[in-house]
Design a protein around this ligand. Sequence first.
Ligand code: AMP
Length: 113
Amino acid sequence: MADCIFCKIASGEINAKVVYDDADVVAFLDLNPQAPTHALIVPRRHIDRLTAATEADAELLGKLQLAAAKVAKVLKVEGAFRLVTNNGKGAGQSVDHLHYHLLGGRKLLWPPG
Ligand code: AMP
C-alpha cells in the first residue's frame, strides 16, 4: 500500500528500531511506548486489520503469533507480556495495517482501559 507507514517500515523505506524480522513478519519498537517494553508485530503483506484477513491469511496469522513469542524472548519479557490488536477506530486503531502490540516490563492490569 503506497501510503501505509507500516508497509514502509517493513520495506525499509522508513527507519524503525527493528527487533525481529523474517520473510513474512517484522517487529519494531513502538514510537510512543505504553510500557517499558512495547513492540509492534506486523505482517509484511498489507492487511488493514484482523477482520480484513481471510482464510488465505491463516498461515500468516499463525506466523505472527509465533513471531510474537520470539519477540518476547528477544526482549526478555517471555514470562509475562500482553499481545493485543486494536481492530477498528473505536478500539483505538490509528494505523490501518494489521499489527499486534506486545507490552511488558510492568504490571499489566485487567480489564484494560
Ligand atoms: P494503534 O493505535 O493500535 O493503531 O497502534 C499504532 C501504534 O503505532 C501506536 O502505538 C503508535 O505509537 C505506533 N506508531 C505509529 N507510527 C510509528 C512509527 N513510525 N514507528 C513506530 N511506531 C509507530
